[in-house]
Structure formats: C-alpha cells, structure tokens
Write a protein that binds this ligand. Structure first.
Ligand SMILES: [Fe+2]
Length: 460
C-alpha cells in the first residue's frame, strides 16, 4: 500500500491536501479520525509518500466527506521533459483524420485533413494542423462550395501556409480573404468561419491554435447558473458607453449603494451630478479623472471600472505578412533572430504569436517567457531547440513539420542547423495565472509566498 518514495508530483498532491485541510481547520489527526483512516496513512499522504492512484481514491473520499470539490485537490501529472513536449512530423502524420463537408451539389466530399500537434495536459491550447482539401476557383464568401462551421467556444489564432482562402461571418455578413504563407488572424469565439484551398497542386494548410481563455475556467459556474443567467452576467461590449455604465451599475449593486447616494458621494468628490447621471445611464464616456473619483467612492481600483470594449473591426482580425512588423532580436547590433509580429487582439492581451527566423551562422539568443508556448516548424530546414527548465536541459531537433509545447519559464534557444534560415511559428497563451491572479499573488505578504505553490505547514 503505502510506499516511502515520493516525487515532486506526489509531494505537490500532498501539499494540496494539507492546504485544503488547513482551510477546513482539520489536522491529519482530525482527518484520520473523522474519515476512519489510519493516522500514518494520512501523514504519508500529506508528506507526498502515496502513489498517484492512492491519492485519487483518498481525494474522492475527502471530496465525499467534506465540502471540497475533487478538482480543487487533484492535479494532473506533468508531461514535459526539461519543460518541452515534442511531437514529430511522423507522429503527427499518424494521427491524420479526414473530415468531409457538403459541396455545392450537396455531396459529402473531403474538406479538411486534421493532424495533431504537440498537446500537453498543462497547456491551455489545442493546436491543430489542418490541410484544406476543398479547392475553389474564387474568393467569394458566398461560394456554395464553402462550408462554414457554426463557430466555437474557443478563441482562435490561425497561421497560414500556402494558398488558403479564409472566410468568416460576423453579424450575418460573410466575408473572404485570399491569404498565403506568413499571414495570420484572430477569430472571436462563436463567429462562423471556414478555410479552402486555391490550388490543388500546392500544400494549403493552417495551424489553428485554439484556447479557452478565462471563460473556460468559469465553465462549471456557468453550467450551474444556467443559460438564463447570461443577460445578467454579460456586458454590452460592442457599445462602449453602455458597457461602462453596466459595469458601474453592477458595482453599485454589489456595494448595495443606492444610485442617489452614489451620485451624492461623487458630487462630494468633485464630480458634477449631471455627469454622474449620464455615466450611469450610458449617455457619456468617463474621463480618466472621473473613473478615478468613482473608483474611490466604490473602494475599487480605476481598472475595475474599465470594460475592455471592442470595435467592429476587432471581431476578426487579419494581418497579412506584408503588413506585419519585422525586427531584429535582441537588436540590430547582436541579431540572433528575425522576429515577425503576427495578428494581435487588444481583447486577448496575452495572446502573442510570431514567426521566429533563425539566422545561419548566428548563435541563438535565450528566450524566456511567462506564457505557455506552442512551436511549429513551418519552414524547410531543421532547427535545434535547446531548452532548460529548472535544472533539466535538453536538445531537440525540430524537423520541418515538427511541433512542440513549452512550459512557462523555460529558457529556449533556437539555432539554425544549415546555411539556410529556419522558420518557426511561435504562439504564447496565458495559462491559469491570468493577470488578476498575478496581481493578487504579488500583493500577498512576501513571507508567505513560498507556501503558495505548495502548502508546507499547519498555519492555524
Ligand atoms: Fe476554428
């Protein structure tokens, strides 16, 4: 049963148990006696000395006995080595699936070939290699050979390789664009879209990186509240004044602050009553000073009153390679890479995609980011990736068509392996530590920070 060996993974599971037991004001003795389990078993569990399967059963028993969700106790094992999970082009090919959609005659014919790309349990994204099999003779978004999807829950950023047509439908209006290698896009969740090829003799493919964002983490609560709750939860993000007003009014509701009282308090803070009324009604946009004054009255920060609204041209964003910003990295004097900055969305400030070109004869520069990274070699040359995570290091050859997932805070270096440049498509996406979590973490008492990643002590 109980073993004396532990790993970083089982120690982390033990720390999760200790942390939740702390919050319930239970010691190992209390857990053992209330659950009818031997004390040494509970002590071994907290010390990280059980097997993962034993933790699973124990956590199920804990979740059944106490008001703790199983998901708050359990964590998945890691699947990277030195911070990297590598998928070769051969493995990707072996996962090939072809899906058909109706053509203009109503016949089901091949539309996309899907292949897996490097996917990790710890990664927030699901990248797919998708080859366009439907060939069209024009870019008409109404072409009956173009089969749109229904749109999806996940955010999507797409990288284009070869003669690919992209189509999208926003607010009932269909549009199309002829895109090619190096072009990129961002698609807001649930807008229908599609991709076709313009040339049967060329490889036409996309790399679609999809991810769930913050809403994915709130899905359990949304499911519990039900679809009927959505009007009360959402803001009119496509109407700037209305969105700001709705957010402000929501703070008043949460604060149990009558409107007249709020207006009076704002007047005392130096604002004009009619301005505050207009802001509450969505008839005006707040100036920075007004936002600061209202935030003070509500005991929140100005940031809490700013809704990230969106313009019509932000629903689907296309950036052609020819219009993309290209620059030497880290600088012109010591250039190691050529970086191309791909499509950006202001509403997804932590979605960062690039083309990284390695330069023959130049040693790669070290890159470390806090984002989860996806890499795909879309060029014709292999690239050597040297990765270091904590004290582990490894070297991987990313052959053309290979992909990789890289954990946050992994130090990466990319080197050309021949006299030609290597070309890597690189995407960074935020994981569970979104901006608010980072602010909260950073504000904690510094003396306790070493206990955040894994509780080490009984604190009460
Ligand atoms: Fe999609």
């Amino acid at each position: 049963m109980t073993t004396t060996t532990s790993s970083a993974y089982t120690r982390a599971l033990g720390a999760r148990l200790l942390s939740e037991a702390n919050d319930l004001k239970r010691t190992a003795e209390a857990l053992a006696s209330e659950m009818g389990l031997p004390l040494d078993y509970l002590e071994s569990a907290i010390a990280g000395a059980l097997q993962p399967d034993e933790y699973r059963s124990l956590f199920q028993a804990v979740a059944a006995r106490y008001p703790i969700a199983f998901g708050r106790l359990w964590m998945e094992p890691g699947d990277t080595q030195a911070g990297v999970l590598h998928l070769t082009v051969e493995d990707a090919c072996a996962s090939s699936r072809i899906f058909s959609r109706k053509d203009r005659a109503g016949n089901l014919t091949p539309y996309y070939e899907y292949r897996d790309s490097a996917m990790s349990r710890s990664a927030p994204f699901r990248p797919e290699w998708i080859r366009e099999l439907r060939v069209v003779g024009d870019a008409d978004p109404g072409n009956p050979d173009v089969a749109y999807n229904k749109g999806h829950f996940l955010h999507q950023t797409t990288f284009f390789v070869g003669p690919v047509n992209f189509y999208w439908e926003v607010g009932g209006r269909k549009r199309g664009a002829e895109l090619t290698t190096g072009d990129s896009n961002y698609i807001t969740p649930f807008w229908p879209h599609s991709f076709t090829s313009r040339d049967p003799d060329q490889l036409a493919l996309i790399i679609a990186v999809t991810y769930g964002g913050e809403v994915a983490r709130g899905r359990e609560e949304l499911a519990r509240l039900g679809a009927a709750s959505l009007p009360a939860l959402t803001l009119e993000m496509r109407n700037e004044a209305a969105a700001h007003a709705a957010l402000l009014n929501r703070h008043l509701v949460n604060e149990a602050m009558p409107r007249a009282r709020f207006v009076d308090r704002c007047v005392l803070a130096g604002l004009a009553a009619e301005r505050v009324e207009a802001l509450l009604d969505g008839r005006a946009l707040p100036a920075n000073g007004e936002t600061a004054a209202m935030a003070e009255v509500l005991a929140v920060t100005p940031r809490d009153l700013l809704a990230p609204t969106r313009r019509a041209d932000e629903e689907v964003i296309i950036l052609r390679h020819a219009d993309a910003e290209v620059y030497p990295y880290p600088g012109p004097q010591n250039q190691a890479y050529e970086i191309t900055r791909l499509a950006r969305s202001r509403q997804q400030p932590y979605l960062k995609s690039f083309i990284l070109r390695t330069l023959p004869g130049r040693r790669g520069a070290e890159l470390t980011v806090l984002l989860h990274q996806f890499l795909y070699n879309f060029g014709g040359e292999p690239v050597r990736l040297t990765a270091r995570h904590r004290d582990a290091e490894r070297e991987i050859v990313l052959a053309p068509g290979d992909s990789a997932y890289v954990l946050p805070l992994t130090v990466c270096r990319f080197d050309a392996m021949s006299d030609r440049s290597g070309e890597i498509y690189m995407v960074g996406v935020q994981g569970d530590l979104h901006a608010d979590a980072v602010f909260e973490l950073s504000g904690m008492a510094p003396s306790g920070l070493n206990r955040v990643a894994g509780e080490t002590t009984r604190w009460f």
